[in-house]
Design a protein. Structure first.
Length: 162
């Protein structure tokens, strides 16, 4: 990735570019799916865990990345769009594949506005759908038929538990 692009991305979020921050950002941008601290450690063997943790916290604080609790027991992260400020209006759905264990941002699917009872104050929303991702479904054609029954036809899921 171009160094000027990395610097501009960090400057846009008011983060001072350093060699480590640019290395971590480049690694994050190279991930096609959400990634964990452990994933970054595996890729960036020369960077210690505390430096990665501090960098993740800085990037989260400046809305460069967002965190995802996909139920796997390991918090995942993904780089935000340029215009994202991580407000409730910016939140989107995530999809966790039960087969390959990857988590995908579904940025085109906004989290619906769900009215709360009086005196409830919303602070955060975590919307994770689980199933089989497109790549895994292509590898096993019978999987797609099993899980692809539309809910609106029978009002019941195919053969899986919700």
């Amino acid at each position: 990735m171009d160094t000027k692009h990395l610097e501009a991305t960090l400057h846009h979020r008011e983060i001072k570019p350093t060699a480590i921050r640019m290395l971590v950002l480049e690694t994050m941008l190279n991930h096609e799916t959400a990634f964990s601290l452990s994933d970054l450690e595996s890729t960036l063997k020369t960077v210690d865990k505390s430096t990665l943790s501090r960098t993740i916290n800085l990037f989260r604080h400046h809305h460069l990345i967002h965190s995802i609790d996909d139920g796997s027991g390991s918090v995942k992260y993904s780089v935000c769009r340029t215009d994202c400020q991580c407000t409730l209006g910016d939140l989107h759905v995530h999809f966790h594949c039960n087969k390959c264990r990857t988590t995908h941002c579904m940025e085109s699917i906004s989290i619906p506005d769900i009215p709360l009872p009086p005196d409830f104050l919303l602070e955060n929303v975590n919307f994770v759908m689980k199933g089989i991702c497109a790549r895994c479904a292509r590898k096993t054609p019978s999987t797609k038929a099993k899980y692809n029954t539309p809910l609106n036809q029978s009002n019941q899921p195919a053969t899986h538990t919700w």
